[in-house]
Design a protein around this ligand. Structure first.
Ligand code: FAD
Length: 413
């Protein structure tokens, strides 16, 4: 089956196909619909689901502190249907030489392609992780993690198996720490609900590198660690997870005997790679991430742009890639929309993408956080306030004030 774009298709109009309606893809689509007239281009947005989810809120849905419906919204609500056609389908393959994309239910030809398919969990080949650990990657995964933890707690009284009350988080990066921040809020409620003595619950954070939240200010890291420790989290640092089994994990430091932790729940939060679709697209990549040109095009392709977690942009100051973030994905979406508009209008002065990092805030539950915003260090309520401002801003940037009011976070205190 060949998918048709709108009935009024003009064959002379270039066709822009955007893959993925996450932060990068949806930003590209909403900016292009403002920038281009109906007669200038056909724009098609493809996404697996009919909803967009706030990936940066998934740790809350996973812990069960926020319902998963709060983290998603209908994609069509933010699209101008006269300008953007939405196709709900799954991308199977990108045929870059033939300028077409194979979908589960058809195919799409393109003149310009934007790949914004997001990231996947990177397990680094660690035995058993794919099979036995959870990863916080999408709404379905978040819902499964929440239900799994609740099931462990709810069935504890039947066999008193204390491993059911043990949760291991692999990785003390951003995602792992934010998830633990939610867990320490959720666990007391679960204990109350299922008549469990909270001292029986164990929460571990196992991290291979010698630091928690690498790259963060040490003073802020200290604050986060002592907050989480105070709520019952045990950090096991400089110890790598070597295997995940149906019973838990085996971990160990370089020169020590491996240790076992029996755990009913293991959440792997230590690695991100690009989308594996990239690896069969005929585009050079490393862990499915493409080192893009300054104008965000794929090397060797003048009509393919790659953004978000699928793109690698080097921070020239330290000669290392910027970490994949929603902040950068959205900024890239804005930049790509400008560049495609220029190409369509035969302008050759494409914008070079330079991230404008306004700050980073790591939440520690609903009312605590650490962060650096515009160079200023914040902890506690002010940091948590800023986190909600950032979350609301991302809704505003894509869907305007109405989306922000509908989905935003306003429980500031
Ligand atoms: P995404 O937003 O992940 O969107 C990808 C889209 O593509 C999704 O809609 C997906 O359904 C769709 N898709 C995937 N495969 C297919 C397919 N084959 N066919 C069709 N559609 C497909 N970043 C920050 O800046 N600040 C934070 O505080 C922060 N916190 C985070 C907390 C957590 C728990 C996690 C997991 C990440 C966090 N990040 C944060 C990182 C941030 O979420 C990502 O960098 C960002 O989502 C990347 O945006 P993207 O547009 O590349 O992909």
């Amino acid at each position: 089956m060949k998918l048709q774009t709108k009935g009024k298709i003009n064959l002379l109009k270039p066709k822009i196909v955007i893959l993925g309606a996450g932060y990068g893809g949806l930003m590209t689509a909403t900016k292009l619909q403002k920038a281009l007239g109906v007669n200038e281009a056909d724009i098609v947005l493809v996404n697996k689901n009919d909803y967009h989810y706030e990936t940066t809120w998934l740790h809350e849905a996973s812990a069960g502190t926020l319902h998963h419906d709060r983290v998603r919204y209908d994609i069509k609500n933010v699209l101008d249907r006269n300008k953007v056609e939405f196709v709900q389908d799954t991308v199977i393959e990108i045929k870059s030489e033939e300028k077409k994309v194979l979908l589960e239910k058809g195919e799409l030809a393109y003149d310009y392609l934007v790949i914004a398919l997001g990231g996947e969990s990177e397990t680094f080949g660690i035995k058993g992780l794919k099979e036995h650990a959870f990863s916080i990657v999408n709404v379905n995964a978040a819902r499964t993690i929440r239900e799994h933890i609740e099931y462990q707690f709810s069935t504890y009284s039947m066999d008193q198996d204390e491993s059911k009350l043990t949760i291991v988080v692999g990785g003390a990066g951003f995602t792992g720490i934010e998830f633990l921040g939610e867990l320490v809020e959720r666990v007391p409620k679960l204990c109350q609900e299922y008549d469990i003595d909270q001292s029986k619950v164990k929460m571990y954070c196992v991290e291979a590198s010698p630091t928690v939240l690498p790259g963060f200010d040490p003073e802020l890291v200290k604050y986060a660690v002592s907050f989480l420790e105070g709520k019952g989290v045990e950090f096991i640092i400089s110890s790598a997870i070597k295997e995940c089994t149906p019973e838990g994990i085996i971990h160990g430091k370089a020169d020590e005997e491996p240790q076992e932790i029996k755990a009913g729940t293991v959440v792997w939060a230590a690695g991100v790679r690009g989308n594996s679709i990239i690896e069969t697209a005929g585009i050079e990549s490393m862990r499915a991430r493409v080192k893009v040109e300054p104008d965000l095009r794929a090397p060797g392709f003048d009509n393919i742009f790659i953004i978000g977690d699928c793109a690698l942009v080097i921070n020239e100051e330290i000669n290392r890639p910027y970490p994949p973030t929603a902040q950068i994905a959205m900024q890239q979406g804005i930049s790509v929309a400008k560049n495609i508009s220029k190409l369509i209008r035969n302008q050759s002065d494409l914008e070079k993408f330079v991230p404008d990092i306004k700050g980073t805030v790591c939440s520690l539950g609903d009312h605590n956080a650490i962060g650096v915003v515009y160079g200023k260090k914040l902890v506690g309520t002010p940091a948590s306030f800023m986190k909600k401002v950032i979350d609301n801003r991302s809704l505003f940037m894509i869907g305007g004030i109405s989306l922000m009011l509908k989905k935003g976070k306003f429980n500031f205190i």
